[in-house]
Design a protein. Structure first.
Length: 493
């Protein structure tokens, strides 16, 4: 507690102006330290859910408020953020309550009320069925959310007046994904199989951008054409990836461009071949007759019928065969660094281009008799835009690093400056010197306190005598020295 007593004595010796300055600096220092601690200790928020529907967002916010979990809302209510340390725990808690966006399933039937009419029961069952189907569709990797609208007409006593059930499905796909025709067909059959009396041709699928994925009464011919285009694009993409991966393994990423076009034959053909072998006839029938003449003689005759052998061969030509491939490949050259930071382009040698040509032909399964075409050219790629973007990104990263480090250094410098200013102000706020410099400095009035050094040489003999007397009193009677000094101060005042 000694330091507290010293501070108390120091505070009592200060005049009002010094106390005001000392208190202001101390309060500013405390406020700055508290602000820095609060700023450094605030939680870092991370995304809990994004691209939410307003209804789901409202339900999630209510749950967070109930559980007293901090949150922030951005992107017009479509994105919710929570402290990074609680992201996964909060997702599990909300998933247990069916959030977000999974819709209402069969659990809404658990709250069956006694006053429900038959109409309300049917309506609730339809809502539950729509929610369950939506949950099943959302399990697909490409689908982010789904909404189902079912129309189930009342059964009629007359077959000719009975209406068929229909369904409309709205899908929100994840960014950068798309549904293949096989996926669309799978969703259509999933919905039709889950609803009694619903036929696949009565299911309509659209996405949130308004693209029609599946329509009722689809034309079989158009569906076949779409499948053919999908097969053709799949083949072109497969061959392109095969060639691109080979070139990137040799040249590196971004050093080659491959484009392949495939012409395919989707005709379904059946070929029948009938052939005859005239040189090797086949016995069709043989007849032998025995006759007895009038004179009792016997005769025997034989008749043999031959037929040319006939072969009938039927061959079915598979659909989707490759008629011709056309490939174009661009290969970048090499670059040499110049002293000024620029680059000098160097073309590939003919031997290298010949090797690339052979590699590409083998990867494609090139067939000249089929009419395949391959073009491999060495050109200089224009990477100025990419280089500029790379420089801008590096500049932005450096700027962010400088801002981050600079803010921390500046904060530390401000704290250090305020701390040094407080120390300097504390030193200046000690009691002032004697009125005329008789003693020269303040001293500790406690017993055994040290007396500050006095000047070694004094020209006035009287001053020398006073000095000797003061030194003697400081050794023998400190209390007497204190009374003497107080009397001097009182006389001077």
């Amino acid at each position: 507690m000694d330091w507290m007593q010293r501070m108390s004595r120091l505070w009592q010796r200060l005049n009002p102006n010094q106390r005001l300055l000392f208190g202001t600096l101390g309060a500013a220092f405390i406020i700055l330290v508290v602000s820095l601690v609060a700023w450094s200790g605030r939680p870092h928020f991370a995304t809990l859910f994004a691209n939410l529907d307003p209804g789901d967002g409202s339900s999630i916010v209510d749950q967070l408020r109930t559980r007293k979990i901090q949150y922030k809302v951005e992107d017009g209510g479509r994105t919710i953020l929570v402290p990074e340390a609680k992201v996964y725990e909060t997702r599990l808690l909300l998933a247990g309550n069916g959030l977000p966006g999974s819709g209402s399933g069969y659990e809404i039937l658990d709250s069956n009320k006694l006053g429900w009419t038959d109409f309300v029961q049917k309506l609730q069952y339809r809502r539950a069925l729509e929610g369950e189907i939506a949950r099943s569709i959302q399990t697909l990797e490409e689908v982010q959310s789904a909404r189902i609208h079912l129309v189930q007409p009342e059964p009629s006593l007359f077959v000719e007046k009975e209406k068929a059930a229909t369904a409309s499905v709205v899908l929100r796909l994840k960014s950068g994904t798309r549904l293949s025709p096989a996926h669309v067909q799978g969703i259509v059959h999933l919905v039709s199989s889950a609803v009694e009396g619903l036929q696949p041709e009565n299911v309509t699928l659209i996405d949130t951008r308004g693209n029609l994925l599946s329509s009722p009464q689809s034309d079989a011919a158009l569906g076949g054409t779409a499948d053919q285009i999908t097969i053709q694009r799949g083949l072109e993409e497969q061959l392109t990836n095969k060639v691109q991966s080979l070139l990137e393994a040799v040249l590196g990423p971004g050093k080659s461009v491959v484009r392949i076009s495939a012409e395919m034959d989707f005709r379904v053909a059946e070929r029948t071949v009938e052939s005859y072998d005239a040189e090797n006839p086949v016995i069709r029938s043989e007849e032998t007759r025995n006759e007895t003449g009038a004179d009792g003689g016997k005769s025997e005759s034989a008749t043999t019928n031959y037929e040319i052998s006939r072969t009938l061969e039927t061959t079915k030509v598979p659909s989707g065969t490759i008629k011709r491939l056309t490939a174009s490949v661009f290969v970048d050259g090499t670059y040499r660094a110049l002293p000024k930071g620029e680059r000098e382009y160097a073309a590939r040698t003919p031997e290298e281009m010949q090797k690339f040509d052979g590699i590409i032909r083998n990867a494609l399964g090139f067939d000249a008799t089929r009419g395949d075409l391959l073009t491999v050219e060495n050109v200089a790629f224009d990477t100025s835009v990419l280089d500029q973007e790379k420089k801008e990104m590096e500049k932005s990263d450096r700027m962010q690093l400088l801002v981050s480090v600079g803010s921390r250094v500046l904060t530390g410098a401000v704290v250090l400056f305020l701390f040094l200013a407080l120390l300097k102000a504390a030193k200046r706020m000690r009691p002032a010197d004697g009125p005329r410099g008789t003693v020269g400095h303040s001293f500790d009035r406690t017993v055994g306190g040290a007396l500050p050094a006095l000047p070694e040489k004094l020209e006035d003999p009287r001053a020398v005598l006073i000095q000797q007397r003061i030194q003697e009193l400081s050794r023998t009677s400190p209390d007497g020295l204190g009374r003497l000094l107080r009397s001097w101060l009182h006389e001077e005042s």
